[in-house]
Ligand binder design. Structure first.
Ligand SMILES: Nc1ncnc2c1ncn2[C@@H]1O[C@H](COP(=O)(O)OP(=O)(O)OP(=O)(O)O)[C@@H](O)[C@H]1O
Length: 288
């Protein structure tokens, strides 16, 4: 649980002179499901890499009073900043419980799996219940569904008592039911923690985002509520580009492709983005 906010100011990351993130600012507070979206290569993952110490950066990323930039990865983890990657990084040959034990820094002998759940640490029981994995305690992670693996990763962050969860494309490859369950999970998790989601899935973003920052070519293009971002002509331009007219025509046939879970690429996502009735509102939002 945390009262602190994550405040990123003028974040700048270069790779051999190429500016991947050029002066990005945003914040995220407990109680909201915060989204970072943008086309491929916009700099979303690099922002997370910078916050978690995996990419050298200038500017500032503060968690409450603590500056994160410049600290080694393990110290950032100790401050309560956890992340997931685009590909789930669980130990497939170990059970759900063993994965959680490792995340919690415990080492349980395989024979302990034969004992009852009385032996399970309360923080692990809570994480299992929060993520809907309570019945999968002894299941090898490798045979979990794709969605369950992502939830196990989130459970691993919960047992580490992460105050900040940075989630990179958490619903990629999930079924529609799994997406809905994940969105509801994130809403529960965010009640007491900071949750920042990087996503391409516009339908998921529309359903679960409280606030959104749109990145494009390493800079903040737009910022606001879902309705404000969808109505921003600059966002429509970036997502629709010169194919806007053709895409708009396609919308009359397929009103919202993303709603049936096909919004994995920005081009397809754009149909869902433009398909919202809120697109006509036409307001713009400044970064605060
Ligand atoms: N380690 C690296 N070395 C060089 N260039 C990199 C490195 N990591 C990222 N980049 C470049 O920085 C830019 C931003 O990449 P990033 O992965 O942050 O984008 P993204 O918005 O997360 O994209 P996607 O949605 O495709 O994951 C891209 O042009 C990418 O090629």
């Amino acid at each position: 649980m945390t009262d602190a906010s994550l405040v990123v100011t003028d974040l700048h990351v270069e790779f051999s002179g190429f500016v991947a993130v050029g002066g990005v600012s945003f914040d995220a507070h407990p109680g909201e499901v915060r989204f970072l979206i943008g086309p491929n290569g916009a700099g979303k993952t690099t922002c997370i890499d910078a916050i978690t110490g995996l990419a050298a950066a200038t500017g500032s990323a503060r968690l409450g009073e603590q500056e994160l930039l410049g600290r080694p990865v393990h110290k950032i983890v100790r401050l309560g900043v956890g992340r997931t990657f685009q590909t789930a990084s669980v130990f497939n040959e170990l059970s759900v419980l063993q994965n959680l034990d490792i995340a919690a820094g415990r080492h349980r002998h395989w024979a302990a799996l034969l004992r009852t759940r009385r032996d399970v640490d309360p923080s692990i029981v809570q994480a299992l219940e929060e993520t809907g994995l309570a019945d999968e305690l002894a299941t090898p992670a490798g045979i979990l569904s794709h969605g369950q693996k992502q939830w196990l990763e989130i459970a691993m962050l919960l047992v580490q008592d992460a105050k900040v969860l940075l989630l990179d494309e958490p619903v990629a490859g999930m079924s529609q039911d799994e997406r809905t369950a994940t969105g509801e999970l994130l809403q529960r998790v965010a009640a007491k923690r900071i949750v920042l989601v990087v996503e391409h899935d516009m339908d998921f973003m529309r359903r679960f985002a409280t606030r959104v920052t749109v990145l494009h070519q390493g800079k903040v293009l737009s910022h606001g509520t879902v309705a404000e971002v969808q109505a921003d002509p600059r966002v429509q331009e970036v997502y629709l580009g010169t194919a806007g007219a053709a895409t708009t025509a396609a919308m009359s046939v397929v009103p919202d492709v993303s709603a049936v879970g096909l919004a994995s690429s920005p081009a397809v996502s754009a149909v869902g983005l433009a398909g919202s009735p809120q697109t006509a509102a036409g307001t713009q939002q400044q970064e605060d």
